[in-house]
Design a binder for this molecule. Structure first.
Ligand SMILES: Cc1cc2nc3c(=O)[nH]c(=O)nc-3n(C[C@H](O)[C@H](O)[C@H](O)COP(=O)(O)OP(=O)(O)OC[C@H]3O[C@@H](n4cnc5c(N)ncnc54)[C@H](O)[C@@H]3O)c2cc1C
Length: 570
């Protein structure tokens, strides 16, 4: 049973007495009233503290481990924290100037890639070190949001097996609305039901103490977002706009920020949640300027607020289902909301990576399991084991990349032959890499690990035999789909449905290479074969599938939109 009366623990582990003293003093200065600060000089004593906290049902917010502890000692503390207090943030304490030491960088990179560490912090070097305080405050806030036992702005009360409660949790999580789930039979769940809304068994109650105690019984997604203040319906003034952006992933948010800030009346329609694919990434590590990484949903919320402040308007839980030209303008049909007329439209509707659909594997997403692009972090797995699922060229390139760093790499494909799906040069290169094992006619059917991915179960699809392999990282590369079939025929797409732009759009699809019918001027670099319709980010044929490039394309496309708008309509 968790002890709610006790302040959550912050534990610092440091063998040097002077350093430990300073860290403890600085932690106590800023956090001493709300958190219990404790310093330990050795791994054994730190592990003892963590054991004790577990026995007493105390919560642990943060464990700071010195980079000066031996690898074995550091590993012992991190393993105890990971397994006994999985919600606690695990952070490496490093010295100013440590960026000149490759070993420290490697420890951080590898530790975060395999889920041992969440982050790092520079030791306080002076009394009242504000950088230290700010960094720790951000990490503690991150813990506070992640620990479901903390008080929350929104509370869902439902049966623990309710599928609808799961969907609503996902909706709130992806829109970065802080929420807690309470079992309706628990003491705290019953308290909410008594105070807020008695509801028959099976019904889901959403209570919003931060919004005047608003209570919703069995609400739709739109009702929940509306109550929180996120619009889900079109207002009359949003029916005629300069710029319509389809999708609020990184590229759409960037287009909205630049469009609105440059004076365009801008509307964004988003089918699901702000942030798109990026919103599902627990930590984006390669976005410029965020050395500790940044959660995708946080990046998205910042972009959303920025666009909103500049005057962009958003409508969520709706999608654009048709588009047509009308009197030199573009008219979009929005699900359940009628039409919007726009002088220009930016398609920022991305792709959806096919999910594996194995619950035990999905549970490690971000803690060793990655979808698509994150394989760029391959070198973080130096000396460890990795697996890749997928038989396409991107999976082939991924295993070769991983083989440069990992001690063992497994490629898992459902079919009996790589030759059916992968280019010969890649197959040859894979055959020449002794660390790569190809598992043909196989599927990943289970995953396990203490707080992070450690093992995978492979099932032979022909014999039914199972094998367990060690895997610190799993990269799922089973394809991504752009979902562009609702666009009018004249919008040129490649054979996989990605939208052609610029010279490609003018030339037509690569396998047909006929000039696209339509515009009598060449499309601009991000313009499609339909004048005034632009495409950016992952949905665009040939784009680099990364957050930074999506943001870049969403930013630069607005100057092309201005160019289009400056030409008088025929
Ligand atoms: C799990 C995961 C982790 C990743 N990690 C990283 C990483 O660490 N670093 C990195 O650089 N990249 C990463 N990526 C890739 C990165 O997230 C994408 O490249 C990026 O999000 C693409 O942005 P986008 O705006 O083009 O499209 P998306 O992010 O796909 O956004 C498109 C949005 O459009 C909406 N939409 C679609 N159709 C319609 C419609 N008809 N009407 C209205 N809305 C619609 C969708 O709901 C979605 O919200 C990751 C991807 C995944 C899936």
């Amino acid at each position: 049973m968790a002890d709610w009366g006790t302040r959550p623990l912050v534990l610092a582990v440091e063998s040097d007495a002077a350093r430990l003293g300073r860290t403890e003093t600085e932690l106590a200065r800023s956090f001493g009233t709300s958190l219990r600060i404790r310093g330990e000089p050795s791994a054994a004593e730190a592990v003892h503290q963590l054991d004790g906290a577990l026995q007493r049902g105390e919560r642990v917010a943060l464990v700071l481990v010195s980079d000066r502890l031996s690898q074995v000692d550091r590993g012992a503390v991190l393993a105890a924290a990971r397994t006994q207090h999985p919600e606690a943030r695990r952070v490496l304490l490093i010295d100013w100037g440590a960026w000149s030491e490759p070993d420290v960088a490697r420890t951080i990179l590898q530790g975060t890639a395999i889920g041992d560490l969440h982050s790092y912090v520079l030791r306080p070097w002076v009394e009242g070190d504000e950088l230290f305080h700010r960094t720790v405050a951000e990490i503690v806030q991150d813990w506070s949001r992640a620990d479901p036992r903390n008080k929350r702005e929104v509370v869902i009360v439902a049966d623990p097996h309710s599928g609808r409660a799961f969907e609503l949790s996902n909706l709130l999580h992806r829109n970065r609305i802080p929420y807690a789930f309470r079992d309706r039979d628990s003491q705290r769940g019953q308290q909410v039901l008594r105070a807020a809304a008695p509801a028959p068994d099976g019904q889901v109650v959403v209570w919003m103490p931060a919004i005047g105690g608003t209570t919703l019984v069995d609400p739709s997604d739109a009702q929940v977002l509306d109550a929180w203040g996120i619009p889900t319906t079109l207002t009359e003034e949003a029916r005629t706009v300069d710029l319509l952006v389809v999708g609020a992933g990184p590229s759409g948010l960037a287009a909205a920020v630049y469009g609105a800030s440059e004076g365009l009346h801008t509307l964004v329609i988003e089918r699901e949640a702000i942030g798109g694919q990026a919103g599902t990434s627990s930590l984006i590590r390669n976005y410029l300027g965020f050395s500790r990484g940044l959660s995708g949903s946080e990046l998205a919320q910042r972009g959303y607020q920025q666009a909103w402040v500049f005057g962009a308007r958003f409508v969520l839980t709706r999608w654009v289902e048709a588009l047509e030209q009308a009197d030199g303008l573009l008219r979009a049909t929005v699900s359940g909301q009628g039409t919007v007329t726009a002088r220009a439209v930016v398609l920022a509707c991305g792709v959806a990576y096919r999910r594996l659909g194995v619950a035990s594997v999905e549970a490690f997403t971000g803690q060793g399991v990655y979808y698509g692009a994150s394989v760029s972090a391959a070198h973080a797995l130096t000396g460890l084991s990795a697996a890749v699922i997928g038989g396409g060229n991107s999976a082939g390139q991924a295993v070769l990349q991983l083989a440069r760093y990992c001690s063992a790499v497994h490629l898992v494909i459902r079919g009996p032959r790589l030759e059916d799906t992968m280019s010969a040069y890649l197959i040859e290169a894979i055959a020449g890499e002794p660390v790569i094992t190809v598992h043909r006619s196989c599927a990943v059917t289970d995953a396990a690990g203490a707080g992070r991915l450690e093992t995978l179960v492979l099932s032979d699809l022909t014999t039914g035999d199972t094998t367990t392999i060690a895997a610190d990282g799993l990269f799922v590369m089973i394809g991504a789909e752009p979902h562009t079939d609702w666009l009018p025929e004249q919008v040129q797409r490649d054979r996989r449905g990605f939208v052609l732009t610029g010279t490609e759009a003018a030339a037509g699809p690569p396998d047909q290479r006929q000039p696209a019918p339509g515009p009598d001027r060449a499309p601009q670099p991000h313009e499609t074969s339909l004048p005034g319709l632009f495409a950016v980010g992952d949905v665009r044929s040939g784009s680099v599938k990364r957050v930074a490039s999506a943001v870049g394309e969403g930013s630069v496309v607005v100057s092309e939109v201005h160019q289009h708008l400056s030409v008088p309509r025929a």
